[in-house]
Design a protein around this ligand. Sequence first.
Ligand code: FE
Ligand code: FE
Ligand code: ZN
Length: 274
Amino acid sequence: MVYLGCHLTSSKGYVHMAKEAISIKADTLQFFTRNPRGGKAKAIDPDDAARFRELAAEHNFGKIVAHAPYTMNPCSKEAKTREFAHMAMTDDLERMEYVPGNYYNFHPGSHVGQGAEAGIEMIAAMLNDILKPEQTTTVLLETMAGKGSEIGGKFEELRAIIDGVGKDNIGVCLDTCHVHDGGYDIINDLDGVLAEFDRVIGLDRLKALHINDSKNPFGSHKDRHACLGEGSLGLETFQKIMRHETLCNLPMILETPNELSGYQREIALLRSLA
Ligand code: FE
Ligand code: FE
Ligand code: ZN
């Protein structure tokens, strides 16, 4: 079963997002859990969440992906920033229980000169503190482009975080633009990259995909998304992904620079490639 969706605005609630998704023939979606600038998140309306669960079941949605604010940095040098990360994730995961059994994706963080090892320790410590066995949400570490002091540009770093947490409800979301920019050659050797993922992390941890073309060349460590077929990855790469037996059953989320109509076109395009 192929599940395709895109990043949507969450300010009008879950039902609004579901209706937008349905209108463009999507059967999953992604949204930011809160304003990236911080502050308190909007309270969840339990009725809105309940109606969303009904709609999602009715339209055979796959798992949806909540995305943490990208300003969240659990391995910042500043205690205040680390505390915001802790507060935001704790609160987000509580709110996610209104739509149980889905995914919560976050950028692992930037160590800002403290070294990857120290950063990984701080990220794992935060997750150890926050993750509870009774939570139904699976937390996903996103593969990053390795821009600046970003952690997660190498599969080994994600593995080290997972090892440091030692819990089951943690997985990985693979972003096609990020891994390409990060130096994993999914254009010419998708199978090789997945074999490497399996060797280092384990493919059982791979739970979702971000489907983006890249404005930058291979290994550029840049992270700028392009529309499908308009970047260096090209449509052939996305065709291989759509036809790959390991990947084609994972929720695939577009984060391309598009309005709703553009997402509708890309979702139709991906279905035609499958
Ligand atoms: Fe992301
Ligand atoms: Fe992404
Ligand atoms: Zn990105």
